[in-house]
Design a protein around this ligand. Structure first.
Ligand SMILES: Nc1ncnc2c1ncn2[C@@H]1O[C@H](COP(=O)(O)OP(=O)(O)O)[C@@H](O)[C@H]1O
Ligand SMILES: [Mg+2]
Length: 245
C-alpha cells in the first residue's frame, strides 16, 4: 500500500511528497557509472545506502550542522525536509583522486590536499556536471556571495566531522560530494545523501568501501560486499538487507 506521490525518479533514488514540507527519499538498488552509461542492480544496496545516509546525517545534525534529514523511515527510506535544491555539487577533496587526476595528471594519486580542496560542479547531466568557478556561481546568480561563503564553510565542517569519524575507524577519507538546498524560509541545509555513492573511503590496504569498486569492476556483487563492509565499519545494521520490498 502506497499513498505517497512520486515526484521524481533519479539514477539512484525516488523522491515522494509526504506533505507540503516533507519528502520521502527511497534508495534504489540501482547503481550507475559513467553518467548513467553503465547500469546494474545490487540487491541490498538501497537499504544500506538509506541506513548509512541516515547515520551520517544524524552525526552531522548532532554536531550542529543543519541538514534536511528528519528520520530513518525503515528499510530503504528516509524522511527529509523538502528543499529547493541548489544546482551545485560541492566536492571536498582530502587526497587527489578520480576526476581531479584526470583533469590535472600532475597531481600524484592520493597526494594529500592540505587544506582540503573545494570544487564546485554545476549539476546538469546533459553537460556532465561541469567544473565551475566560484565567480560563475555568483555572476550567474546561482548563489550570492554570502551563500557561497556559507556553503564553503559548512562543506569544510562536514568534511572535518567525517574525516575524524573515519580516522577513528582507521580509514582514509578521500573525498565527498555534497548537495545543498534552500528551505522555504531561505535557510541553506545539507541535502541529498551521504553514502558510499557520494564519498570515497579506503582501508589500510587501499581497498575501497565505496562505489569506486563498481566504477572499476562493473561488478554489482563486489560493490555490495564493499557496502556491507562499510555498514559494518560505520556500525549500522545489515539485518534484512536482502529481503524484497
Ligand atoms: N531535501 C530535498 N528536497 C528536494 N530534493 C532533494 C532533496 N534531497 C535530495 N534531492 C534531490 O532528489 C534527487 C535524488 O535522486 P537521485 O537519484 O540522486 O537523482 P539524480 O539522478 O538527479 O542525481 C536529486 O536530484 C537530489 O538533488
Ligand atoms: Mg544524485
Amino acid at each position: 500500500m502506497n499513498t505517497l506521490q512520486l515526484i521524481y525518479e533519479g539514477k539512484s533514488k525516488r523522491v515522494y511528497a509526504k506533505d507540503e514540507d516533507t519528502l520521502v527519499i527511497e534508495f534504489k538498488d540501482d547503481v550507475t557509472a559513467i553518467d548513467g552509461l553503465v547500469k546494474a542492480v545490487a540487491i541490498g544496496k538501497g537499504v544500506l545506502a538509506a541506513r548509512i545516509s541516515a547515520f551520517f546525517f544524524k552525526l552531522l545534525n548532532d554536531a550542529g550542522i543543519k541538514t534536511h534529514f528528519i528520520e530513518y523511515d525503515g528499510f530503504r527510506r528516509i524522511i527529509v525536509k523538502k528543499l529547493e535544491i541548489i544546482p551545485v555539487e560541492v566536492i571536498v577533496r582530502n587526497y587527489a583522486y578520480g576526476s581531479l587526476l584526470r583533469r590535472l595528471p600532475i597531481y600524484k594519486p592520493l597526494q594529500k590536499l592540505e587544506p582540503p580542496l573545494l570544487e564546485f560542479h554545476y549539476k546538469d547531466d546533459d553537460l556532465h556536471d561541469p567544473l565551475v568557478l566560484e565567480e560563475d556561481l555568483i555572476r550567474t546568480g546561482i548563489l550570492s556571495e554570502q551563500e557561497l561563503d556559507f556553503i564553503k564553510s559548512v562543506s569544510l565542517r562536514v568534511n572535518d566531522i567525517l574525516t575524524k569519524f573515519f580516522e577513528s575507524k582507521k580509514l582514509k577519507f578521500v573525498d565527498v560530494k555534497l548537495e545543498f538546498g534552500k528551505s522555504r524560509s531561505g535557510e541553506i541545509l545539507v541535502a541529498d545523501e551521504i553514502s558510499g555513492d557520494t564519498f570515497r573511503v579506503l582501508d589500510e590496504n587501499g581497498n575501497h568501501l565505496d562505489k569506486e569498486v563498481f566504477r572499476r569492476t562493473k561488478d554489482a556483487g563486489l560493490l555490495l560486499k564493499a557496502y556491507l563492509r562499510l555498514a559494518e565499519v560505520v556500525g549500522v545494521s545489515v539485518d534484512g538487507v536482502f529481503s524484497s520490498y
